[in-house]
Design a protein around this ligand. Structure first.
Ligand SMILES: N[C@@H](CCC(=O)N[C@@H](CS)C(=O)NCC(=O)O)C(=O)O
Length: 205
């Protein structure tokens, strides 16, 4: 199967969850918006987002897999995981994996919102005062709660604190945790200029 990943080319963002999973699964894929030429680039991605398909996604990332067009990061990972032996096949394990990924997505949103508490369409510099208040609460209450939860899951996974899913090495969900860590280390969201035309909040002045 040749996949087509669509995501904003100038940031890692949520696209990286999908990219890492495809890489780990050894899948062949095109990173369409990062390519240039006919049928590629941001224009190709915007055509899909603007409804040139039957079931348009709301936002990137989205993945074409044959005739399927799949949006929502956790949904894409839920599709890819079992296909590439990166997630359990049994229902209970799949649901648990998906549950963890959805919790990671919640965490990611809160990380993002601590830098953009007023609006995602405004730069961090335009909401610095509110961000300071929000970040203080995030650091005091929310971050320890999320990280404490993931540590507790790691501790009971029987993998020596290495994998949330225990015996399954290198699963797509482990990538889920890598991504927020990069954000917490000062990556996406902290005043980053996202200059892709069409990116929500891209300011032209
Ligand atoms: N819940 C979606 C969120 C997708 C999302 O917010 N994508 C961002 C880039 S990381 C975007 O381009 N959003 C456009 C918008 O919200 O208008 C997911 O997890 O995939």
């Amino acid at each position: 199967m040749n996949y087509e990943l669509y995501y904003w080319p100038s940031v890692q963002g949520r696209g990286e969850f999908v990219r890492l999973t495809l890489e780990e699964g050894g899948a062949q894929y095109r990173d369409v918006a990062r390519e240039s030429g006919k049928g590629a680039g941001i224009e190709a991605m915007m055509r899909v987002l603007n409804g040139a398909v039957d079931r348009p996604p709301f936002a990137p990332p989205f993945l074409k897999a044959g005739r399927l067009l799949i949006g929502q990061t956790a949904n894409i990972l839920q599709f890819l995981g079992p296909r590439h032996a990166l997630a359990p096949k049994a229902l209970a394990g799949r649901l648990w994996t998906h549950q963890l990924q959805l919790t990671i997505v919640d965490f990611l949103v809160e990380i993002h919102d601590s830098h953009h508490p007023v609006a995602g369409s405004l730069y961090y510099e335009d909401q610095r005062t509110e961000a300071r208040r929000r970040a203080a609460d995030f650091v005091k209450n929310r971050m320890p709660k999320f990280l404490g939860y993931f540590e507790a899951v790691l501790a009971q996974s029987g993998s020596g604190m290495r994998y949330l899913l225990g015996a399954l090495d290198g699963t797509s969900r482990e990538h889920g945790l890598i991504r927020p860590r990069r954000d917490l280390d000062g990556g996406a969201g902290v005043g980053v200029r996202r200059d892709d035309p069409g990116f929500p909040g891209t300011r032209r002045d």
